[in-house]
Design a protein around this ligand. Structure first.
Ligand SMILES: *[C@@H]1O[C@H](CO)[C@@H](O)[C@H](O)[C@H]1NC(C)=O
Ligand SMILES: *[C@@H]1O[C@H](CO)[C@@H](O)[C@H](O)[C@H]1NC(C)=O
Ligand SMILES: *[C@@H]1O[C@H](CO)[C@@H](O)[C@H](O)[C@H]1NC(C)=O
Ligand SMILES: *[C@@H]1O[C@H](CO)[C@@H](O)[C@H](O)[C@H]1NC(C)=O
Ligand SMILES: *[C@@H]1O[C@H](CO)[C@@H](O)[C@H](O)[C@H]1NC(C)=O
Ligand SMILES: *[C@@H]1O[C@H](CO)[C@@H](O)[C@H](O)[C@H]1NC(C)=O
Ligand SMILES: *[C@@H]1O[C@H](CO)[C@@H](O)[C@H](O)[C@H]1NC(C)=O
Ligand SMILES: *[C@@H]1O[C@H](CO)[C@@H](O)[C@H](O)[C@H]1NC(C)=O
Length: 506
């Protein structure tokens, strides 16, 4: 109807004027709410504070769910692309003398349901919709409703729109009915005596449920490339194995035939590779330790592959893959290694808004380093100078050193300064003051220091040459502190390594 279309335009216009949210079927609504409205694209209206179909329509779950006109109600003869249409299998039949409107009618042999609204329809073909009211998949045709459409019952196989007898299903030699005829191209044939579908090659064939095919057993003759008729069982191939050219189904490499020849079984593992060892994903007997969650991983699709922990996991010194940083973990006792945080990387299972993931032992004084895959101390934290692997270490850009006294701390090398989060040290390009001998110095001042390249050290709050006969070359500062004639100490000038600075300070 023309008026109808106008009404729709009006609705759409008023919707576009405000930013609206469209509500789905069955969602609560309010008739006065102009922002949250029942989705007009699927013809919903707000009925008694719920988005439903109006009284002339019903919720149709055929293909795209939307409201459709009930049987015996008026329908547009030329609906828009997305409808509205007649419900289910009904069609919009013409109404005499009306160019625009028709009436939703059941097509024979369908009849309207006694309570009205929809057509009673017996679906006789594979693929017909079956979730609407009144639709039944025909049992006689061996159909059953699966999901939204009719499919074949268990034991029957689809051929186009019909169901045909599958392996062991009842059949009749010479029958015209598809449901009584064995589906040929799965290599089935009807046994006249038992009236059941069997594989054409008898004991040389085995029925495979997954591919719904009769496959050739190991040891039986086969034909190359004869995919439709003599496919060998899984993990085997048709190969020439004798001098006379006979072709026989043979198990692939790393597989052996089961005694009945019905399947090829994986050979037992010959060697379990360790973490980090090179592996070959195609080699099925020299394998990574799957029991320890290790997989043969080929980084960047390269040809060299190694046994590595599965994603998110991190190997420990026993070769077990444990949960790595931010990986899911469990705080329950004995959760299995892949849910235990790797404690050698100084991680612990922590709750984070209901989820448990691995984090550093002490997040306030430690930070995770993705390069080392470990947690490290922040710059300025007290550290263990012995480099004991059982104790958490400083980040690789900082070092553990004493500044007099007993305690040792993570400290940035000269010319470096701590990052904003204190997790690591960055090269300091600007604002550095290099102190000369005799000037006051401070161990923790990253901007003002005794340059180590000149072999100067901060001793007792003063910049000086190391003890033991070193002299300052006043003439050429770049020569720094040089060893006096006869001194036993070797010149230290060249290294940028702080280890040589540390001993005089300890
Ligand atoms: C909706 O608006 C009508 C008239 O504008 C009013 O009578 C009614 O109470 C309102 N309903 C609600 C739920 O606000
Ligand atoms: C129901 O909705 C359809 C589509 O929006 C409309 O064409 C029809 O006139 C409505 N029926 C009633 C009774 O409001
Ligand atoms: C609905 O039908 C259309 C055309 O008939 C099809 O392209 C689409 O895939 C169907 N959608 C679903 C969910 O079945
Ligand atoms: C499938 O059905 C067609 C026609 O109904 C028939 O010709 C064909 O042989 C059937 N296919 C198989 C594999 O049985
Ligand atoms: C942990 O290992 C078990 C058994 O190996 C496996 O089933 C599970 O999916 C693994 N979980 C994770 C998070 O990798
Ligand atoms: C918790 O885990 C769920 C499911 O894995 C995820 O959707 C959610 O975003 C996680 N929450 C947080 C706070 O990480
Ligand atoms: C350089 O150092 C001075 C004094 O030490 C300080 O006031 C200034 O903000 C620093 N500039 C930069 C860029 O760090
Ligand atoms: C540093 O000062 C202490 C006392 O303040 C003194 O005993 C020591 O000898 C000084 N060391 C050097 C190298 O000057």
């Amino acid at each position: 109807m023309v008026g109808n279309t106008k009404a729709q335009y009006l609705v759409l216009f008023s919707i576009s004027a405000v930013t609206s949210k469209f509500l789905d079927y069955g969602v609560p609504c309010s008739p006065n709410d102009t922002e949250n409205i029942c989705d007009p694209a699927i013809f919903l209206t707000c009925v008694e504070d719920t988005c439903l179909c109006n009284e002339t329509m019903a919720w149709d779950v055929k293909n795209v769910s939307q409201c459709s006109f009930k049987v015996m109600t008026t329908c547009p003869r030329y609906p828009a692309h997305r409808g509205p249409f007649c419900y289910g299998t009904a069609v919009c039949d013409e109404l005499w003398g009306n160019p625009y409107d028709g009436i939703c009618t059941c097509l024979a042999p369908d009849v309207p349901s006694p309570i009205g609204g929809y057509c009673l329809h017996l679906a006789r073909e594979v693929g017909e919709y079956c979730t609407q009211d009144g639709v039944t998949c025909s049992v006689k045709e061996k159909l059953a409703c699966s999901g939204t459409r009719c499919g074949c019952q268990a034991g029957w196989l689809v051929n186009g729109t019909v169901c045909m007898a599958g392996f062991n299903a009842r059949c009749k030699v010479g029958s015209e009915l598809p449901t009584e005829t064995c589906r040929r191209n799965t290599l089935l044939t009807c046994n006249e005596e038992t009236e059941k579908c069997e594989c054409t090659r008898g004991i040389e064939h085995v029925w495979n449920e997954e591919s719904a095919m009769c496959l050739t057993k190991i040891g039986a003759t086969c034909e190359f490339g004869d995919v439709d008729h003599h496919s060998c069982v899984e993990n085997s191939h048709c190969r020439t194995v004798q001098n006379d050219g006979a072709k026989i189904c043979t198990c692939n490499q790393y597989y052996h035939a089961s005694p009945d020849g019905m399947e090829c079984l994986l050979d037992p593992a010959e060697k379990i590779l360790s973490h980090g060892e090179q592996c070959d994903p195609d080699n099925l007997v020299e394998i990574c330790n799957y029991a320890k969650d290790q997989l043969c991983t080929c980084p960047y699709q390269s040809f060299t592959c190694f046994c590595e922990c599965d994603a998110g996991l991190l190997v420990n010194s026993r070769g077990d893959c444990e949960a790595g940083y931010k990986a899911p973990c469990s705080s329950l006792p004995n959760p299995g290694t892949n849910l235990t945080c790797n404690s050698e990387a100084f991680m612990k299972c922590r709750e984070n808004e209901g989820n448990f993931t691995c984090g550093c032992d002490s997040p306030l004084t430690q930070a995770y380093n993705p390069l080392s895959k470990m947690c490290h101390l922040l710059v300025g934290q007290e550290c263990d100078v012995t480099l004991n692997p059982d104790k958490i270490s400083c980040h690789s850009t900082s070092i553990c050193r004493t500044t007099g006294g007993e305690s040792t701390y993570c400290w940035c090398q000269q010319n470096y300064e701590p990052s904003l989060d204190q997790a690591s040290c960055n090269y300091n390009y600007e604002n550095q003051t290099l102190l000369l001998p005799g000037q006051e110095c401070e161990d923790w001042n990253y901007g003002e220091f005794c340059p180590h390249v000149w072999n100067l050290i901060c001793l007792n709050g003063t910049c000086q040459c190391p003890e033991g006969g070193f002299l300052w070359s006043g003439e050429h500062p770049w020569e720094g502190c040089y060893p006096q004639e006869g001194s036993l100490r070797a010149p230290l000038l060249s290294t940028g390594c702080l280890a040589s600075l540390t001993p005089p300070l300890v």
